[in-house]
Design a protein around this ligand. Structure first.
Ligand code: EPU
Length: 441
């Protein structure tokens, strides 16, 4: 059982949305805070289930944390780490918590972290994370579903990644900060979240050069050179891309604030090609509108700076009613088209073969009973429901709650007819679900 979202489609969205801090950045900053003794404070933290799970993982290590709802900040005091084990119960709830491995190996030279396993969107192996840590001198055993990593000392090394994996780049960076000598990561991931992590670590006293490019050099420093800091997380580019799609899909007009437009260059160029108007009106503010029927588009997802896989499903929702045939190829994950059968229920004409989807634009979609299968597939159903005629009911929205802060409030503020329906008694819940309540910490 899960809460549901009810949307009555057909409303043109208008108004302003403020983008929250980036989930995929803040989770890694929280792990990085473990490298320095003292109290680190992170601002612009979104109130999301995933952040709660990461706080739980960190508390399990004996580290004190607190969350200030008003200030949207978290404080992590990593003076003492009394436990080096991250349990299966927590890691299996959120695979991103595997990032704790690099931080613990760096700080404590030992870690026992549950293997995250695959998830709905793909196999999502961690072999590059493990090989990378081994190159730094860590011996790794996998026993009873846990990775046990241990090193007498970490020694910098040259590491080439077969795929520019975001998580592997981050885990290696975290461990290499306190290694002896230099580590060079080649074919490193270039996502903005990697640069944010490097900026955070450098502010702490680390020496990282080249983050945001395909070659990152980390010159190891001593533990006593690292200090606790205060830091503000970058905006969430995927949340921003989702609201851009929502304004465009409904032929509306909106202002998106707290966005770093250069993080979305590829996405913006595709939306413009489809017929959207996107204007930079201030350095961190975009105006997005669309007056006509969208045109079909061809998209191949790629690691950054290519088209983001996390926005593939949003582009597909737009393509369902575009003029012509769109082809979308998903090249990062094996199983990231789970929105397809749900969109078909709404009248979309989609033919899928392996990782290619051929979408013949139809004139309109109709509301239906839908199920979110994962975070981004779920968000694309929200976009589709906003343009559909009539009512849609989206089930399993706990997936969407993982990555979208204040979803219903933000959509209601721009004119959407959207409510959350309680799993318990089918009543309408007027407030957004907060996820960082004290009781959950
Ligand atoms: N891969 C391997 N071996 C590895 C690591 C990765 O084969 O050791 C493969 C994966 O199976 C996948 C591909 O490489 O097919 C890319 O994986 P990557 O490691 O780059 O992704 P990630 O770190 O697990 C992060 C985001 C994802 C986002 C990807 C790609 C976080 C918490 N997650 O995942 O975000 O899709 O990068 O940009 O940062 C989301 O927010 O919905 C989400 C899934």
């Amino acid at each position: 059982m899960s809460d549901k979202i009810k949307i009555i489609g057909g409303k043109q969205l208008k108004g302003e949305v403020k983008i929250s801090g980036a989930k995929n950045a803040v989770l890694k900053l929280m792990a990085a805070a473990l490298l320095a003794k003292g109290e680190t404070k992170i601002y612009n933290v979104p109130e999301l289930t995933d952040v709660t799970i990461m706080l739980n993982v960190i508390e399990q290590l004996g580290v004190k944390t607190s969350y200030d709802k008003q200030e949207k900040s978290i404080t992590i005091n990593a003076d003492n780490i009394t436990n080096i084990r991250a349990s299966y119960e927590l890691v299996s709830r959120m695979r991103a918590s595997f990032i704790i491995l690099g931080a613990l190996v760096g700080r404590c030279k030992e870690a026992i972290v549950a293997m995250p396993g695959g998830c709905a969107i793909g196999e999502r192996k961690v072999d590059f994370h493990i090989k990378g840590l081994e190159s730094l001198g860590t011996s790794i055993k996998i026993e009873n579903g846990y990775v046990h990593a241990k090193a007498k000392k970490l020694i910098g090394s040259d590491i080439y990644l077969d795929i520019p994996s975001v998580g592997a780049t981050e885990n290696i960076m975290l461990a290499a900060v306190l290694a002896e000598g230099s580590t060079r990561i080649q074919n490193a991931a270039q996502e903005p979240e990697i640069l944010d992590l490097a900026n955070f670590l450098n502010a702490m006293g680390a020496e990282i050069i080249g983050a945001g490019t395909s070659e990152i050099v980390i010159n190891g420093v001593k533990q006593e050179n690292l200090k606790s800091i205060e830091y503000t997380t970058i905006p969430d580019r995927i949340e921003a891309g989702t609201y851009m799609a929502a304004f465009i899909a409904t032929k509306g007009k909106g202002i998106i604030r707290n966005i770093f437009p250069n993080h979305l260059t590829f996405y913006t160029s595709k939306l413009t090609k489809m017929g959207a108007d996107i204007k930079l009106i201030e350095p961190t503010t975009l105006e997005v509108s669309c007056k006509r029927r969208l045109e079909a588009v061809n998209i191949i997802t790629q690691p950054y700076p290519g088209f983001p896989t996390d926005l593939q499903s949003m582009a597909m929702a737009l393509a369902t009613t575009a003029d012509g045939v769109s082809i979308i190829t998903e090249s990062l994950y094996e199983n990231r088209f789970m929105q397809v059968p749900e969109l078909r229920k709404m009248g979309a004409d989609i033919h899928q073969e392996r990782n290619h989807a051929l979408i013949k634009g139809v004139k309109s979609l109709t509301g239906a009973n839908l199920k979110a299968s994962d975070l981004r597939a779920g968000a694309s159903l929200v976009i589709a429901a906003l343009i559909a005629e009539g009512e849609s009911l989206i089930d399993n929205i706990f997936h969407i709650d993982r990555g979208y802060e204040l979803l219903e409030s933000k959509f209601r503020m721009i004119g959407a007819d959207i409510v959350r329906i309680s799993e318990n008694d089918n009543s309408v819940i007027n407030q957004d679900k907060g996820s960082l309540s004290e009781s959950q910490l």
